[in-house]
Design a protein around this ligand. Structure first.
Ligand code: ZN
Length: 414
């Protein structure tokens, strides 16, 4: 077991060297480093006894058949192999490498599972290259659409053109069908670093995700009237930025008094944008998340009313443009109960926590029941080179997954 944990540490360190930008870790969809990462991780999959292939969107798939039951259903385990720019080494990679080592450890112990397992290294989750997330898992689940293929990167290359470089024959790219029918699957389990501070505050190495928060994003603007900062009396002003500032504080107060709600105004631009001119326009973003859709929608209604009220009182006009709306994903009660039992067995206690960030599990949930385990992140830091999860925490997560697979094997009926 100790040797397996060490092997996992070596894999994480070695994969962190595979980058498009020397001196920092950056791997984006279908980049040269992603091609090398797939080749490297495939050698580790094969060493663990998996049969490897790549699908037409660049996902790496390692499959282990159930020797005694050739028609058994399949358990999916995985995460993404792409990264943000100047990333840490754990985000995504941990959820691909840890299952490989867990399966190798089971093989070493002579344990064979009564179900098939697929370890998935998704080719795109972070949305860096094409400003659209989940292209890998969407491809795997048959959810890519023609519109996705038309997105272009900074060099003007389309998703379709990038994907066509994967197929050596000069065939044009065909939208992939889902990799499995739902009835052939047992579910999808993703291990991921928490990327937040909750487990650290609770002094726990791992926790089980209860739900993945639903998310609303919108672009808002207040429009008022520019004027001279020295000669326009306060009561005659129509200051768009003052309205946006008021909205930001109302959103913050609403989130503070609503358990589980997070609200963020993350961008703001002001026009004309001069120290001695009253702002005529303030354009800003809203990001609103909650693990329960009813709570998020209620907050959304209140904030829309707030915008209208502020505009009325300040004699402004406003626009509200929705840019994203994702429903919350509830994790599978059965898989989550088994994971919780494994966490209790290994760690002594378990903690259920919602995920505020989106993950590949969001996309997979349309295909099969999903569940997630979080591993403690030092200082909650992620998407940063100082991202860190300790070897001891990772070893514990490895034990949890091995216990979970053995537990699922005991209760499995095909
Ligand atoms: Zn991730």
């Amino acid at each position: 077991m100790h040797a397996s944990a060490q092997l996992l540490g070596r894999y994480l360190a070695e994969l962190a060297q595979v980058t498009d930008e020397p001196g920092q870790l950056t791997r984006t969809f279908l980049s040269p480093a992603m091609r090398r990462a797939n080749a490297l991780v495939a050698t580790w999959m094969r060493a663990a006894g998996l049969v490897t292939r790549e699908d037409t969107v660049g996902n790496l798939i390692g499959r282990l058949e159930a020797p005694a039951a050739p028609h058994a259903r399949t358990l999916l385990l995985g995460s993404h192999l792409d990264t943000v720019r100047n990333a840490g080494r754990f985000d995504g990679a941990l959820g691909v490498l840890l299952p490989i080592v867990a399966l190798a450890e089971l093989r070493r112990r002579g344990v064979s599972l009564p179900f098939a397992v697929e370890v998935l290294g998704f080719s795109e989750e972070e949305g860096v290259r094409f400003a659209s997330a989940y292209l890998g898992s969407k491809g795997y689940c048959g959810q890519l659409r023609a519109a996705d293929l038309k997105l272009t990167d900074a060099a003007g290359l389309s998703v379709r053109a990038a994907l066509e470089t994967l197929t050596p024959t000069a065939q044009s790219f065909v939208l992939p069908r889902r990799a499995h029918a739902p009835r052939d699957l047992l579910g999808y389990v993703e291990l991921h670093i928490e990327q937040g501070p909750v487990l650290e505050a609770k002094k726990l190495a791992v926790g089980v995700v209860s739900a993945i928060a639903g998310q609303t994003r919108a672009k808002l603007a207040f429009h008022g009237r520019a004027g001279h900062a020295g000669t326009t009396p306060m009561h005659l002003r129509r200051d768009a930025l003052a309205g946006a500032a008021e909205f930001t504080l109302v959103a913050e107060a609403l989130a503070r008094r609503t358990p589980g709600l997070v609200a963020t105004v993350g961008t703001m631009s002001v026009a004309p944008g001069a120290a001695n001119v009253i702002p005529a326009t303030a354009t800003f973003s809203l990001d609103l998340r909650h693990p329960r859709d009813v709570v998020r929608r209620s907050a959304l209604r209140q904030l829309r009313a707030t915008v209208a009220r502020i505009a009325r009182r300040r004699h402004l006009t406003f626009t509200w443009t929705p840019t994203q709306d994702n429903a919350a994903v509830m994790c599978s009660p059965a898989l989550t109960a088994a994971l919780t039992a494994s966490v209790r067995a290994v760690q002594g206690e378990s903690l259920a926590l919602p995920s505020g960030a989106g993950h590949d599990a969001v996309v997979l949930s349309a295909l099969t029941p999903v569940a997630m385990v979080f591993v403690r992140s030092r200082a909650g830091l992620s998407h940063h080179p100082d991202e860190f999860s300790s070897p001891a925490d990772i070893a514990l997560a490895l034990e949890v997954l091995i216990d979970f697979l053995a537990r699922l094997a005991r209760t499995h009926t095909s």
